[in-house]
Design a binder for this molecule. Structure first.
Ligand code: SAM
Ligand code: TMP
Ligand code: ZN
Length: 414
């Protein structure tokens, strides 16, 4: 546990070349979704996971990028459809887009990072012209099996130009939990410029840095979350690329996210929400280094408390099991040094993760059925962003005397 405030070295901002002041260092970390087969041990890739804020444009960003081809490969195991909460969220998004934007029969929607097709299958079933773009072939195949049309590719200027030539302009370009993953974000905006209709909108949802800081969600920092967006920084970024941020909405997904609506300048009215949230962020101190220094101290405290609790429980002979082999859990286990000695296995519903070892910490991942066979004394809830859904589903665990361990915003047992 060594979150450090350095602040001396100043790498250049990916967006504006301004000085990036380091804010937190979470140490040596693996590819967060690279679940290992036993024969893969020894061939893992690690990088230094450190985050800073640009003094000029306020964009929070990682100081070193994990190359995308190590992350989004054919065997990328994340599947959106493992969560009922996400299923209903994307059904609601589909309904909203159909009612407000995709009103003409020929309107095209393109989704960047469609994964296994939660959004597109609903739109496709309603007869909407659509295309998903996602480089992870396994996830894309799952989307295709559900009736969604997908191009296995990275979204960039090249693929966007091809889509435009083949299908014409897109009325809506949508993306959830993907734009913040793309360090070369200028490629995304060049692609959007090629593809978006003159009156179209580019809508993206991503985790909100203010929620991460407020609730000490340090495990939302992992390789894939290259940028941690704020309204101020996204407003500056969209303007830099020749677009305008016209609306922003706070949504409860993944512990707190924002939905940004971007259009060509003058194409849509700019709503008050943008200026209001930029003011709120300034009042909160989101651009100030002290805010992040406080966050660093909270992380150190959480790490120490969690390891102490798990060690005490082990020494007292109590069984603790991890619940949800999330990408977030890679940050927690590797930063705190939690291995199979403290958490012997993690239960997870994703077949692609089961039978494998967690990245870096090498904790075995077992199917969900192992959770009740027999129930442990304590479950460490790595998938806390799905807490409501999971706790409702696992009522019997608590009825039988089991307790949940949560570690954000502080370590506590419920
Ligand atoms: N949109 C889904 C959701 O919100 O649950 C999936 C999010 S998942 C965390 C990120 C997805 O983005 C992965 O399926 C990954 O393959 C895809 N992705 C990463 N880089 C991409 C890029 N440059 N273009 C298109 N998709 C990309
Ligand atoms: P996420 O936090 O990145 O959305 O990942 C959630 C992980 O938790 C994913 O691997 C699936 C797993 N999970 C379960 O095992 N059981 C559940 O009920 C839910 C909602 C998720
Ligand atoms: Zn900058």
């Amino acid at each position: 546990m060594n979150s450090r405030e350095l602040g001396s070295a100043a790498p250049a901002c990916r967006l504006c070349a301004g000085p990036v002041r380091e804010w937190v260092d979470l140490g040596r970390q693996p590819v967060s979704n690279a679940f290992l087969r036993p024969q893969d041990l020894g061939s893992e890739r690690f990088f230094r996971l450190a985050v800073g804020i640009c003094a000029d444009c306020a964009m929070v960003q990682q100081l070193e990028a994990m190359p995308t081809d190590h992350m989004f490969r054919a065997d990328y195991p994340y599947r959106s459809s493992t969560s009922d909460g996400l299923r209903s969220h994307f059904e609601a998004v589909a309904g909203w887009l159909r009612d407000t934007e995709l009103t003409d029969p020929g309107d095209l929607v393109v989704e960047i990072g469609c994964n296994d097709g939660l959004l597109l299958r609903t739109l496709g079933a309603a007869g909407v012209r659509h295309l998903g773009v996602d480089p992870s072939a396994g996830a894309a195949q799952a989307a295709a099996a559900r009736g969604a049309e997908v191009r296995v590719d990275f979204f960039d200027e090249r693929s966007a130009a091809t889509i435009r030539a083949e299908r014409g302009p897109a009325k809506v370009i949508f993306s959830a939990n993907t734009i913040s993953h793309i360090a070369d974000i200028d490629e995304v905006f060049r692609g959007v410029d090629r593809l978006l209709a003159p009156d179209g909108i580019f809508v993206f949802e991503d985790r909100y840095v203010a929620d991460i800081v407020e609730y000490a969600y340090f495990d939302q920092i992992y390789d894939e979350h290259f940028y941690l967006f704020s309204v101020r920084a996204v407003d500056a970024m969209t303007a830099r690329f020749g677009f305008q941020l016209v609306d922003v909405e706070h949504i409860p997904i993944h512990g707190g996210s924002l939905r940004y609506t971007v259009a060509r300048p003058g194409a849509r009215p700019r709503r008050d929400s943008v200026a209001r949230m930029i003011d709120d962020e300034a009042r909160y101190g989101l651009g100030e280094h002290d805010t992040y220094a406080r966050f660093g101290r909270q992380i150190d405290r959480i790490g120490a408390d969690l390891v102490a609790l798990l060690t005490d429980l082990r020494d007292a002979g109590r069984r603790v099991v991890g619940y949800g082999a999330t990408s977030k859990s890679a940050t927690v286990t590797n930063y705190c040094g939690i291995g199979p000695d403290l958490v012997p296995y993690i239960c997870d519903t994703t077949p692609e993760k089961q039978g494998r070892l967690s990245p870096g910490a090498h904790i075995p991942v077992r199917p969900h059925e192992a959770f009740a066979d027999p129930y442990p004394d304590y479950a460490l809830l790595f998938a806390w962003n799905h807490a409501e859904e999971i706790m409702a589903k696992e009522r019997r665990f608590v009825e039988q005397g089991g307790r949940w361990i949560l570690y954000v915003p502080h370590v506590h047992i419920v």
